[in-house]
Design a protein around this ligand. Structure first.
Ligand code: FES
Length: 240
């Protein structure tokens, strides 16, 4: 052991006031229960709680916001139809037309994202006949079930009906057989006639409708998710 490593008892002990003649300085820890110390602790506790509350609020706002469906108070929930598909539907006769859409999704933490989707449209020459073919879509007053579309749109609008591309059985995307004029799902074999009525397979109801509107020459739809498997048409969410 070198002289630098040698242990010197008392080398770092506080100087004895009796020997030095100087009073020893006191820290707050030497008198923890003074009014001054208690006030300081209370202040620090309250300040910490307040800062935690502010930080929690900043974190909670975007989280809560991301859980709220984007129903678009000013009409932002409407998704434009691809103009080519819309014009194909207008020119159609009795065949269903698939129309592309770009479904926008918003998240509090991510930039707006687009997802390629499509909807099916059919031309309705006789709304009364369509209502007879699809009684599951209307109540006795001719309003869309269950409680009407949130936007108040009619199911037969501008002479067309738009169907969600999601199979009401378990959510696959179905196809259209233009030779047989019927819709068919590749997953479990459900089939629907040209008006979307259920005719075969395990689906518990016919195809689900989406609201359609046209403004300034641009057609758009409102995206609605319906609960699968059940006979009743229950809305899970509007838009995405
Ligand atoms: Fe379409 Fe099952 S998901 S038949």
């Amino acid at each position: 052991m070198s002289s630098h490593d040698a242990y010197h008892p008392g080398a770092h002990q506080p100087a004895d006031p009796a020997k030095t003649g100087h009073p020893r300085l006191q820290s707050a820890y030497d008198r923890p229960e003074t009014a001054e110390e208690m006030t300081r602790r209370t202040f620090m506790t309250n300040a910490t709680l307040a800062m935690g509350g502010v930080i929690g609020l900043f974190l909670a706002i975007p989280i809560v916001g991301s859980l709220i469906p984007d129903v678009g108070g000013g009409g932002e929930s409407w998704t434009p139809l691809d103009p080519k598909g819309w014009s194909d539907l207008q020119a159609s006769t009795d065949k269903a037309v698939q129309i592309s859409i770009n479904l926008k999704s918003k998240d509090a933490y991510l930039p707006e994202q687009g997802e390629a989707e499509s909807v099916w449209g059919i031309k309705i020459k006789d709304p009364a006949k369509f209502q007879t073919a699809r009684p599951d879509l209307f109540d006795k007053n001719g309003k869309v079930l269950p409680n009407g579309f949130p936007s108040g749109a009619q199911i037969v609008n501008l002479g067309f009906v738009i169907f969600s591309p999601i199979c009401p059985h378990l959510g696959c995307h179905y196809n259209y057989d233009s030779t047989a004029n019927k819709f068919a799902c590749p997953c479990h074999g459900s089939q629907f006639d040209n008006e979307g009525a259920h005719i075969a397979g395990p689906a518990a109801r016919g195809l689900d409708p989406l609201p359609l509107r046209e403004q300034s020459g641009k057609a758009s739809v409102e995206w609605i998710r319906y609960k699968p498997t059940v006979p009743d048409r229950l809305v899970i969410s509007y838009t995405n």
